[in-house]
Design a protein around this ligand. Structure first.
Ligand SMILES: Nc1nc2c(ncn2[C@@H]2O[C@H](COP(=O)(O)OP(=O)(O)O)[C@@H](O)[C@H]2O)c(=O)[nH]1
Ligand SMILES: [Mg+2]
Length: 197
């Protein structure tokens, strides 16, 4: 199920001075370009196009902060992969993301979105290390689960878990198309928020 949630864009930030004043627990959403991150954020919020602002040229390299139901903030990070394919872009990505992981007191957790059919690559490993190095709780959401049978989905998740070195209990299979896994993800996010408080 996915139900409607109040959501408003608090800020679009290229650097620390543009971060919103904060206070609420924040969850950062990361994923390789095309993994299904925008679709997942929209589905979590019961919306159609909340997170597609990220597709607007210029906004793709920024952090977008969405306040949800006045109780939690989703920080939408730029998709990586294409965007970080050359060294200059990788450095720019690091300049955007690194201070956030190091300095953002509100940061309560990280959601890494993986296409359930893909094996994690070096970009994914680099990304997950931002969370790990800063001791941020990590949830891996394997989306597009509708693309695989249940059995093949589980096999694929085991592989993803082993490459990322994330325990299976910190992974959730999901589908934005079929609205699968959404309640389970919300439960995990609420737990991250509570633990951080
Ligand atoms: N079948 C299926 N397709 C999905 C799902 N989530 C996203 N997609 C498709 O995957 C593509 C990339 O999705 P998008 O949310 O824009 O990915 P992003 O680049 O990570 O934000 C789009 O064509 C989506 O329609 C899903 O759960 N199931
Ligand atoms: Mg997107």
């Amino acid at each position: 199920m996915s139900t409607y949630h109040e959501a408003k864009l608090l800020a679009t930030a290229s650097n620390q001075s543009e971060w919103p004043s904060g206070g609420l627990p924040e969850i950062i959403f990361v994923g390789r370009s095309n993994a299904g991150k925008s679709s997942l954020i929209n589905t979590l919020c019961g919306r159609k196009n909340l997170a597609y602002s990220g597709k607007t040229p210029g906004k793709t390299r920024l952090l977008n902060f969405f306040e949800i139901d006045g109780k939690i903030v989703f920080t939408d990070a730029p998709g990586y992969g294409y965007a970080t394919s050359d060294e200059k872009s990788a450095i720019r990505f690091d300049r955007l993301i690194s201070p956030y992981f190091r300095n953002r007191k509100e940061l309560a957790g990280m959601v890494m979105i993986m296409d359930i059919r893909r094996v994690p690559n070096d970009d994914d490993l680099t990304m997950i290390d931002y969370g790990r190095a800063n001791h941020i709780p990590i949830l891996v959401v394997c989306t597009k689960a509708d693309k695989l049978s249940r059995g093949r989905g589980i096999d694929s998740m085991r592989k993803i878990a082993s490459v990322l070195r994330v325990p299976m209990q910190n992974m959730i299979a999901a589908s934005s198309l079929k609205k699968q896994g959404i309640d389970e993800i919300w439960k995990a996010l609420d737990e991250m928020a509570v633990k951080h408080a």
